[in-house]
Write a protein that binds this ligand. Structure first.
Ligand code: C2E
Ligand code: CA
Ligand code: CA
Length: 747
């Protein structure tokens, strides 16, 4: 096969069958090996490692001489290049290649031909020059040229020519190693493009050697980490990070060295003190056991992404209005707290807080004011809780608070008192001074529940009990409450059907003029006779009706019933007194109240003077436009207005003066204590004097005995209402009173 070599070997009387030996041979094979390995890894480096020096080529030749045929063909197969043997005139002596099909001219034709027989004129001239340069210099020369390959494809070749110390027929010989470098050049171009891209990339690229030292990094790294590349080359990864540790934790390295790949988020601390979140993708690159090991790291600055993710997370877990944890996060925190107490043996408490008059404020002053109030409430609550406590907003006007690490559950009582007190101070929202109290239900854990749900349910139950008990107070959960909670919901359910089932009726309580003892009015009081359960107190179901919105139809029913009753009394021939109707704020903020009242008066042909409406102070303070309009509209119709339960709210008389109020009802609690508490006595006296100075009449509520009557008479109170003068009674009872005047409260 290798005619030339065979001949040469024979000539030199060397044994072609002798096994190859020597360092050079080994070195050459190693080189081929490496080249193949490198080609596999990166074709770009193929060329570099295959650059054989002229000494090596000489040695190669020497070795070829001493090789067996088998060995030579092995070399030919292993060697990626074509080997051309020529004499000093350029005549081809032999061609050695593993891929003869790629030769432009068949091998047989080449052997024995001259260069000008094979190449065109221009190319032949170039090769002749290469040949003469090689001979004259005596060292390796090279050129690059383009030529079609065996299948007609134009390829780029590199020829390296070296003179040999061996003569053929007296002529000097040369060896040319020709390599197709088309792909290598392409790869080189590609590699250059890749390098450019890496340089221009926004992602940081860092390459570490096996000692985890930085051997290369792209300019983006400078921007991301705020370091100079020159300063970090040769350093460990931690050089990229000003503080806070090694950037890549040991377990990341462990993963890398076992799985070969790691990615994750790390925190970067920059020299200027700023912080960034980086997403690192690290690859451990070692294609073979003995190949050099590298780590290739991609750094992505995901701070913005991170920030928006955090924001998303915050939005999902926090209430946008107050910034407090929402129901979702609260539930999670409560579960955590439960786990903690199980471990610590301490106790915790869950407060369920509901603002007492929020709905009214929201309805009458508008949602914007309502929102601001909630914010004000939030910051006030914040001022009273500890850092570890979780304050959350469950929605609407419901807040929850988790208090942990209580040695004794009673410790929370102090906090509860503090919170209630804090609520009682007015909140300034815009030009409004708003007053709202809170009802707080408390469940203790682990005592009151093993799960978050149970605890919430029980705190909620306790909260309703606090509301039931008159608001502005706290209640602890007890099993008994659980029962009454059941009855609460049961009552609420029953209330919904009560109107349709005609379970309501009205009773009337007389009011007397103190000076004359004359019956001057009656107050209509609602009664609910619940089948199978008897009478349900309005103190219980009216707040429920207000909360559920049922108050509107219920109020309308009361007005209708009162009108019917007045008409009925008149039909009997009696002269009915003025009837006072209690008006809830929920009714007052509804537009259309006036129209409804006007049409009822018209339907039953009742003069407006026969009606009076009782409203509470809160309605006046939390005035909304609609409430205003309704109130003025009513007085314009000729209906009188009275302030109910005066003294229990927070309004001052001066405040009330701006309204066309005819009378003021002094709350039962003052009347009850006038003979016991000098303060109350003074308050009642002052109220009467002030009311008179504003042109209002005073009505004392809940008068139960003659001493109170005597005091009130002496203090100048105008009218009285109470058990001492007459309990709430049926319409027939009132008819009897009307028929027998003078039997009232004039002792
Ligand atoms: P209120 O307007 O202050 O009504 C007076 C309450 O005091 C009535 O209770 C009455 O029975 C009670 N009372 C009268 N004299 C005395 C007394 O000498 N001693 C004592 N201890 N109590 C006396 P009632 O009927 O249980 O009503 C409770 C509350 O329910 C009322 O308080 C009122 O706010 C509300 N309410 C009753 N009927 C209606 C209604 O038709 N509409 C609205 N919106 N609320 C109503
Ligand atoms: Ca009343
Ligand atoms: Ca009252």
């Amino acid at each position: 096969m290798h005619r030339l070599l065979e001949r040469q070997l024979k000539k030199m009387a060397l044994d072609a069958g002798k096994p190859p030996s020597g360092e050079v041979w080994k070195h050459f094979l190693q080189k081929v090996d490496e080249a193949y390995y490198q080609a596999d890894q990166d074709r770009y480096t193929l060329e570099r490692s295959l650059t054989i020096s002229s000494e090596e080529m000489q040695s190669l030749y020497q070795q070829l001489k001493t090789s067996s045929e088998a060995r030579m063909s092995a070399i030919a197969t292993a060697f990626p290049d074509m080997l051309f043997f020529q004499d000093e005139e350029g005549r081809f002596l032999d061609v050695l290649t593993s891929r003869p099909e790629e030769l432009y001219v068949p091998r047989e034709e080449i052997i024995g031909s001259r260069m000008e027989d094979i190449f065109d004129e221009d190319m032949a001239r170039r090769f002749h020059k290469l040949l003469s340069d090689t001979l004259s210099s005596g060292s390796l020369q090279q050129i690059e040229y383009q030529m079609p390959n065996g299948s007609g494809q134009l390829r780029l070749y590199e020829a390296r020519m070296v003179p040999m110390d061996y003569r053929e027929k007296g002529k000097r010989t040369l060896l040319t190693v020709v390599r197709d470098v088309t792909d290598a050049r392409q790869d080189e171009t590609r590699a250059r493009l890749v390098a450019k891209a890496v340089n221009a990339a926004r992602e940081g690229v860092v390459i570490l050697d096996e000692n985890r030292r930085i051997i290369s990094a792209n300019p983006a790294v400078e921007g991301i980490c705020q370091v100079a590349l020159l300063d970090v080359l040769g350093s460990e990864m931690s050089a990229l990070c000003s503080a806070g540790g090694p950037l890549l934790e040991e377990d990341a390295w462990l993963t890398l060295d076992t799985v070969g790949r790691w990615h994750g988020e790390v925190q970067l601390y920059r020299p200027d003190g700023s912080q960034a979140s980086l997403w690192l993708s690290v690859d451990r690159v070692q294609p073979e056991v003995h190949a050099p090991l590298h780590y290739v790291i991609l750094l992505n600055d995901i701070s913005e992404l991170h920030a928006s993710r955090m924001e998303l997370e915050r939005l999902a877990t926090h209430d946008p209005l107050t910034g407090l944890p929402n129901r979702v996060l609260f539930q999670d925190r409560l579960e955590q707290a439960l786990l903690r107490v199980q471990r610590s043996g301490l106790s915790g408490a869950l407060f369920f807080m509901d603002l007492d008059r929020f709905k009214i404020i929201n309805d009458s002053l508008g949602h914007q004011v309502g929102d601001q109030l909630l914010q004000a409430v939030t910051s006030r609550l914040h001022a009273h809780i500890r850092q570890g406590d979780t304050l959350a907003r469950m929605g609407g006007d419901e807040f929850t608070l988790i208090v942990e690490d209580l040695k004794r559950p009673e410790e929370v009582v102090h906090l509860l008192e503090k919170l209630l007190k804090a609520f009682r101070q007015p909140f300034t929202v815009g030009q409004h001074e708003l007053r709202t109290t809170a009802s707080i239900g408390v469940s203790l854990f682990p005592r009151d529940g093993a799960t978050a749900e149970e605890l919430i349910k029980h705190a909620d139950t306790a909260m309703y009990s606090a509301k039931d008990g008159g608001r502005d107070q706290y209640r602890f959960f007890t099993e008994k409450l659980n029962l009454s909670a059941y009855s609460y919901f049961d009552t609420e359910q029953g209330l919904h059907q009560a109107l349709a089932r005609q379970e309501f009726y009205l009773v009337y309580q007389p009011q007397y003029e103190l000076a004359t003892g004359e019956l001057v009015g009656v107050e209509a009081l609602l009664r609910w006779n619940r089948p199978g359960q008897g009478l349900v107190s309005p103190a219980r179901f009216i707040p429920m009706a207000e909360m559920t919105g049922l108050i509107a139809p219920l109020g309308a029913w009361v007005r209708e019933a009162v009108c019917q009753q007045i008409a009925a009394w008149r039909k009997e021939g009696a002269v009915p007194p003025r009837v006072a109707i209690n008006l809830s704020s929920g009714e007052l903020v509804k537009p259309g109240l006036n129209a409804s009242v006007a049409s009822q008066l018209a339907t039953y042909r009742i003069p407006a003077e026969l009606l009076e409406f009782e409203i509470t102070e809160s309605v006046i303070i939390e005035r909304g436009d609609v409430a205003y309009q309704n109130l003025f509209g009513l007085t314009e119709m000729g209906i009188e207005l009275a302030i109910d339960d005066f003294g229990t709210g927070h309004s001052s008389l001066v405040n009330l003066k701006r309204f066309p109020l005819a009378s003021l009802k002094i709350d039962r609690s003052f009347v009850r204590d006038i003979l016991v508490d000098v303060n109350d006595e003074a308050i009642v006296r002052a109220t009467i004097v002030l009311a008179h100075s504003f042109g209002m009449k005073t009505v004392a509520e809940g008068v139960e005995n003659s001493q109170q009557l005597e005091f009130l008479r002496e203090a100048g109170c105008d009218r009285v209402q109470g058990y001492a003068c007459g309990k709430p009674m049926s319409p027939r009872g009132i008819s009897r009173l009307l028929a027998a005047p003078g039997s009232g409260c004039a002792q």
